[in-house]
Design a binder for this molecule. Structure first.
Ligand code: GAL
Length: 992
């Protein structure tokens, strides 16, 4: 049962006015505003009338806050020469001014609370009539979100002004309304004292970006209401108490409840969890209004050093979500919100941190409905002060305390009735200070039912969970053992050591990656204290643009001519700006799957005989899933069926026998069982048959390596021209393959360079090695190949080379040994590092170029998506087919992408089915693209890449891992590619 006091303190929300005589204009004084009503719970609607004022408004942009007088607020002002603007929206995305991106730096001089003279100011006017059935009487004007400061007039009367961009603000307006011809005037300043509190890493996007509406508040309507619905897991009963002002009655038909507000009822209920989001429909009736309720019973506690819901430890498989749309910025509509959540649920994500501000409230309703754990974060970040040792940090300056408390209140009061919210977060990256403590004390008093989160204070003095961002695996492990480095203060240390741990940000999903997810998940599943975390972040904030030819590309920092910006650091999501999942999301889905399917007991040759099924959920059994198996040989299905899986409760496991090997599938190649857990029935977030988890189990039949048999072909010299060996022709001087089966190509040559990923580049502030910088310094982007010998034996062509960049004495001695039998051309490559290699290699393999008409790729190995050493959990062994163009991953800033791991063989064919086949030994990474790595390295946007006439193939024996160094740990030791002796082979043949 929660302990929220009956009513929120009803004092005016802005009791503390700025010290008189500061002389600062309202947009610069640090107070939150004036004239605004106290905050209240948001709900989608009631029987009290509402009128949306969203639509096309009139708009005028000025360069300064004081460029125009306020005459525009007069109803009779002539705005016919003004532009039209869609509300909600951001004017900078509607052709007025431009967006700007900085990560931590304020885009203006830091001199709080002052802002620059260049302060884009948007005057907005909206004319509206009341509907014929508008009831009259008291009403409020509601603003869902305005960035960053608004001053408001209705029918010429000034109502007040406010700051707090992603928070609701309301004014009492009933007495000012007229049936027809109302004029609402809103002046919005891009910069205000509030901007100092809103230094989140995102685009600066001024405007009225959430809805504006008029709400009738008849006499006796609820001023505010609070739903307290706890769950006692020992008795299976829920306790409901709804408070409101004025009081009334509460009914919940499904529970047979009809009680007075303030009265408690305890009845058997099904609890709300993210896995089982049971909501009971109810109604609150007060004299002036009937409010629909959606009640979820759950209790959140920190006990035994763990974060528990309904008595159980939960594991957060979370993401950080900013509100973002590539055209509309933070003006995100309901369809987009639902799409985000459906995508999350379908990718096994069970938690959202609303980084770094309360989202549109409709989003939280959807979280209640679909089932996600939510960390609701306050609209507060002062990160830019960190650049000057936190001097002047507003969270440690009493002048700002009213603003901080106002923000805390607006979040908690608006969102308090959502069962999905399990933690309140004070904000993000504000350093430490008294203001944060004041917020925490207020929140604890107001809502003791939810623990507090804040990452920025390592002492955890004001929080109930220990939270870090981007901690290395080793540190997470120490924390898991409760053996982390102690704090200087013994009492605080002892307290923190008893707290549960989560990573509020980890696995920075910028560009190709993040790597190392599996290793984190292992820690979360090993140490109960480590309760998971939130990947940074959900979506790339690329703004949609088109070339003159109409091709879409996505803009990032610097693309709008910003003087100060942070480039593509704003594109670090699991989905691309258009919400197409990136390979990182596929990887996350596999790594965090709530059911693990593994080989059980082994039979002869390592063949699985049973399958072990572990239910990693915290509450639900497996009855929502059916387990389908297939038996595949060389990627072809020879049998399929459904496994009988007994009931498995949350946290438990079972072992089930596999069926007999289908007769048709005996012999004939590499065999696998694939077991997939799919939804048995339609759910609110996916249809029956949707795959939740899968596992592949070896069936014990290993593949036979392709070693060409038959008589060895003899090396011939064609009329003093090329050397010929089987289907291959070689340049006699360089020893390079120049054609295969009569088709010209640029033969395989050792390659170690890759177009650096964002994780290879690593963030500028990262201490320690930044791989791409080291690689460039070592010259790996400009290696030269010296041919030392072309030895043509009877049936062997051996080419000896030394591969090295200018200016250094380390090298890779590389020997290519060619043989041919029965139309198969085999290349064995032996690589021997010489000298002291100071850096790991980006990749180790060969690169070749073939005719661009070979546009269809088929392969047997890892797929269907890309995979690198530490990002290949989602790749399963199978036979896959994709056009070369579809092998590319369109990272917003082009970079290495598209490798398919563990490939046994691959073919590239023309439209008529003829082409080239490559068998690898051992398995290899296969990459094909229509541009070279040099072009890929140079490109800044996807539209910089134009397909050439050739296909560039990379056949890599190995790749360096991906890691997460764009903002986090680098590649783990086991995934580094050190220069070391290596041998690998490929067999080339033609497909006819
Ligand atoms: C964190 C911050 C996020 C984001 C991320 C890097 O420090 O909280 O807002 O900037 O780093 O992308």
């Amino acid at each position: 049962m929660t302990g929220i006091p009956r009513h929120a303190p009803r004092t005016a929300s802005h009791a503390v006015e700025p010290p008189p005589g500061t002389g600062l204009p309202y947009f610069e004084d640090p107070s939150p505003g004036r004239g605004v009503l106290p905050p209240r719970a948001w709900y989608a609607g009631s029987d009290a009338a509402r009128l949306s004022l969203d639509g096309t408004w009139r708009f005028r942009l000025s360069e300064r806050a004081d460029a125009e007088d306020a005459a525009f607020a007069r109803p009779d002002f002539d705005d016919s020469s003004w532009a039209e603007l869609r509300v909600p929206g951001h004017w900078v995305l509607a052709g007025h001014g431009a967006p700007a991106y900085t990560n931590t730096a304020y885009p203006f001089p830091v001199d709080p609370p002052r802002v620059p003279d260049e302060n884009p100011t948007g005057d907005h006017r909206c004319r509206f009539d009341l509907p014929a059935d508008w009831p009259g009487g008291p009403a409020v004007l509601h603003f869902g979100g305005v960035e960053s400061c608004a001053r408001v007039w209705l029918n010429g009367q000034e109502l007040g002004h406010f700051k707090g961009s992603r928070l609701p603000h309301e004014f009492a307006v009933g007495q000012l309304l007229r049936p027809r011809g109302n004029v609402l005037a809103v002046r919005v300043h891009q910069w205000s004292s509030g901007s100092y509190l809103e230094d989140q890493d995102q685009w600066w996007l001024p405007g009225i970006f959430r809805g504006v509406s008029l709400h009738s508040r008849p006499d006796g309507a609820a001023v505010d209401h609070a739903v307290h619905a706890g769950f006692d897991h020992l008795t299976g009963r829920g306790t409901l108490c709804v408070t409101s002002e004025p009081g009334g009655r509460v009914t919940v038909p499904a529970l047979g409840l009809d009680l007075a507000t303030g009265e408690r009822a305890t009845v058997p209920v099904l609890p709300w969890t993210a896995e089982t989001p049971v909501l009971y429909d109810g109604e609150l009736t007060v004299p002036g209004e009937r409010i629909p309720l959606r009640i979820g019973f759950r209790t959140v506690r920190v006990e035994d050093g763990l974060l528990k819901v309904n008595g159980r430890r939960i594991l957060l498989r979370g993401v950080n979500r900013h509100e973002f749309h590539p055209r509309d910025g933070r003006a995100v509509g309901p369809g987009t919100m639902r799409r985000d959540l459906l995508l999350m649920k379908r990718h096994n994500i069970n938690a959202v941190r609303t980084s770094h501000y309360p989202p549109h409230p409709a989003f939280l309703e959807l979280c209640d409905e679909l089932g996600l754990w939510v960390v609701d974060e306050c609209d507060l970040e002062t990160h830019g002060f960190g650049r000057q040792e936190w001097r002047g940090n507003p969270v440690d300056d009493p002048r700002w305390e009213p603003a901080l408390l106002d923000r805390a209140r607006r979040m908690v009061e608006r969102d308090k009735n959502h069962p999905s919210i399990i933690l309140w977060s004070l904000g993000n990256e504000c350093g430490t200070g008294r203001g944060l403590s004041a917020m925490a004390s207020w929140m604890r008093r107001r809502d003791p039912s939810r623990p507090l989160h804040y990452e920025g204070d390592r002492s955890c003095a004001d929080t109930d969970v220990y939270s870090l961002m981007y901690a290395e695996h080793a540190e997470v492990e120490r924390i898991g053992r409760r053996a982390e480095e102690p704090l200087a203060d013994a009492a605080l240390d002892a307290r923190r050591r008893e707290l549960p741990f989560l990573l509020c940000e980890y696995a920075h999903a910028m560009g190709n990656g993040p790597g190392g997810l599996s290793e984190y998940q292992r820690l979360f599943e090993t140490y109960r204290r480590c309760q998971g975390g939130f990947v940074w972040e959900w979506i790339d904030h690329g703004l949609r643009r088109r070339t003159p030819q109409g091709e879409v590309w996505y803009a990032y920092g610097g693309d709008f001519g910003e003087e100060l910006h942070d480039g593509n650091f704003v594109c670090d999501g699991l989905v691309f700006p258009d919400r197409v999942p990136s390979p990182g999301l596929a990887e996350l889905k596999k790594v965090v799957e709530p059911v693990r399917i593994e080989a059980g007991g082994e039979g002869p040759g390592g063949a699985a005989r049973t399958v072990r099924i572990r239910n990693l959920q915290d509450f639900a059994d497996l009855s929502a899933l059916v387990f389908r198996w297939t038996y595949e040989v060389a990627g072809e299905e020879y049998g399929a069926g459904t496994l009988a899986v007994p009931e498995v409760t949350a946290g438990a496991e079972t072992e089930v026998p596999l069926p007999a090997v289908p007769d048709a599938g005996r012999g004939g190649g590499e065999a696998w069982w694939t077991v997939r857990a799919v939804l048995a029935d339609d759910t609110a977030w996916a249809a029956a048959g949707h795959e939740v988890a899968w596992g592949q189990l070896p069936a014990g039949i290993r593949r036979a390596p392709v070693v060409p048999s038959g008589t060895a072909a003899v090396v011939r010299r064609a009329d003093g021209g090329p050397l010929v060996l089987g289907p291959g022709a070689f340049d006699a001087v360089t020893g390079r393959l120049v054609s295969l089966g009569g088709s010209a190509l640029t033969g395989p040559q050792l390659d170690v360079w890759r177009a650096p990923t964002d994780n290879d580049e690593a963030a500028a502030w990262q201490a320690g090695p930044r791989p791409a910088t080291e690689w460039r310094r070592a010259g790996l982007d400009r290696v030269r190949h010296r041919v030392d010998a072309v030895d043509a034996g009877r049936d062997t062509l051996v080419v000896r080379t030394r591969v090295a960049p200018a200016g250094v004495d380390f090298a890779l001695r590389t020997v290519y040994r060619w043989t041919a039998r029965a139309g198969l051309l085999r290349l064995e490559v032996a690589v021997e590092p010489v000298g002291d290699w100071p850096v790991p290699l980006p990749r180790l393999g060969v690169r070749m170029a073939v005719c661009g008409s070979l546009g269809l790729a088929r392969w047997f190995g890892g797929g269907p998506g890309e995979g690198y050493p530490d990002t290949r959990a989602a790749c399963r062994v199978g036979r896959w087919e994709l056009p070369v163009d579809a092998l590319q991953t369109p990272y917003v800033r082009p970079q290495e992408n598209g490798a398919r791991p563990d490939v046994r063989w691959a073919t590239l064919t023309r439209a008529d089915g003829t082409g080239l086949r490559i068998d690898g030994e051992p398995d290899f990474f296969f990459t094909a693209r229509r541009w070279s790595d040099a072009e890929l390295t140079a490109a800044r946007h996807t539209t910089d890449l134009t397909p050439g006439e050739l296909l560039w193939l990379h056949l890599d024996h190995a790749q360096h891992g991906i890691g997460s160094r764009s903002c986090g740990p680098g590649v783990l030791p086991q995934h580094r590619l050190e220069a070391a002796p290596a041998g690998f082979a490929f067999t080339f043949s033609t497909v006819r």
